[in-house]
Design a protein around this ligand. Structure first.
Ligand code: CTP
Length: 405
């Protein structure tokens, strides 16, 4: 996906070992469709050559405010006016201090100062030793730059180039990419808490076997990411799937339908939206053996009894929180045929305001899908697209159905 198509990013490098990650970040930004103009401080040039950054960005690198290549000799004005965002990665402790003071004696801090604050956002990816990060001066400066309108992206924790371990590592290039993409998404779910179920459930027969299904969890994980990008506080209750947790999303891992229900009930009270994408097993073995069920030599398979699992969506939709309209419930229906008729009937049966239908075999494990939205007013198709695109469209559809805050 070209998630940054049409965006022009000024990527600023200040001095720090994490400059090596900026090279990869530059490639990722371009791969997502952005154009990237690299600006480096003199200190950054000690860690990374402009040659590398020029080769990766396909543009001349700027590093001096006296760069006469610009016809008007004002690179600080031209570069900052063109940008859709300025991202400083790595952003050193010294550079943060310079921003606090509004210093203008070198190009990168000068162009940050010269940017139109209401139109060109400034995002900072700090990178420094843990003691420098924890120092009151740095924390004070960070609070000040945030107050002055910069977006401070936070830091990672772990091994540092100096051999110490702690907070202060620059976020990984893929994390910075996610943050930048999220930054541009309209915040239609700001101040909303969204609870999502995703993936299959696993109903144990014994310690090594059980019943499950082919749900990959991709749709639910995509919706969790899109909801968080739209500004929501997101809790994702996930069955057994091997998908990375979207950045900024709280994940609760469960196995069975009963565990999923318990986790959902714990979080539903404080949520304002519940989206049930999980392919919950309708049945579970009536008994689960604590030891592996062995063949007994008779050639006869064991007789398994089943009991019905709780319907998580219907249970939540019937709760007082939902019935009073404080919790907006969204169900999914995976059908094999007659999608509209089944989805309409399922919406009524589950008692939810919005039901999202899709054709099961056409979606399980796939990266794209097509959705049919059914509500009290009628139905609407979201044509085949990537699950990521559909997730954004669905989030927008949900947002416009929510009561005003
Ligand atoms: N769901 C749930 N708990 C269950 C079963 C389903 O929360 N025990 C939710 C799913 O997450 C989905 C919706 O209910 O949002 C529809 O699930 P589906 O399995 O397609 O429908 P069923 O109720 O099982 O109906 P049918 O067997 O007729 O398809």
């Amino acid at each position: 996906m070209n998630e940054l198509a049409g965006k022009h990013i000024v990527l600023g490098l200040s001095g720090g070992v994490a400059c090596y990650k900026a090279a990869d970040l530059c490639r990722l930004l371009i791969k997502e469709g952005a154009t990237v103009q690299v600006v480096m401080t003199e200190a950054a040039g000690q860690f990374m050559t402009p040659v590398t950054m020029q080769a990766l960005s396909g543009r001349r690198v700027y590093s001096s405010q006296w760069d006469a290549r610009e016809p008007n000799n004002m690179p600080h004005i031209n570069l900052s006016r063109e940008a859709d965002a300025i991202l400083i990665a790595p952003c050193s402790a010294d550079f943060i201090a310079r921003l606090v003071q509004g210093r203008a004696d070198e190009l990168l801090s000068l162009l940050c100062l010269a940017r139109p604050v209401d139109r060109v956002p400034l995002l900072l990816a700090p990178a420094m030793n843990r003691e420098m990060w924890a120092h009151p001066a740095t924390q004070r400066n960070l609070a000040q730059v945030a107050q002055d309108g910069a977006v401070v992206l936070g830091v990672g924790n772990g091994d540092q180039a100096c051999g110490e371990t702690g907070d202060g590592r620059m976020l990984e290039p893929s994390e910075l990419l996610e943050e930048l993409v999220a930054f541009f998404v309209p915040k239609v779910l700001a101040n909303r808490r969204v609870l999502i179920t995703a993936g299959p459930t696993f109903e144990a027969m014994d310690p090594v076997r059980g019943i499950t299904n082919l749900s990959s969890g991709k749709m639910g994980f995509s919706i969790a990411r899109a909801a968080r990008e739209a500004g929501a506080d997101v809790t994702l209750v996930a069955g057994p799937v091997h998908l990375p947790t979207p950045r900024g999303v709280r994940r609760v891992d469960v196995q069975s339908a009963q565990e999923m229900l318990a986790a959902v009930e714990q979080h539903a009270q404080s949520a304002s939206v519940f989206i049930a994408t999980a392919a919950v097993a309708d049945w579970r073995p009536a008994t689960s053996s604590s030891q592996k069920i062995k063949k007994d030599g008779s050639g006869q398979p064991p007789v398994l009894g089943f009991v019905e699992n709780p319907d998580i969506l219907a249970t939540v939709a019937r709760s007082p929180h939902a019935l009073t309209g404080d919790l907006f419930c969204v169900g999914f229906a995976a059908e094999s045929h007659d999608l509209l008729a089944h989805a309409t009937a399922k919406r009524a049966r589950k008692g939810v305001p919005l039901l999202v239908g899709n054709i099961g075999p056409a979606t399980f494990g796939q990266d794209d899908n097509a959705l049919l939205l059914v509500d009290a007013q009628g139905h609407r198709e979201l044509p085949r697209a990537s699950k990521r695109t559909l997730a954004h469209q669905l989030v927008a559809e949900i947002a416009r159905r929510l009561p005003e805050q």
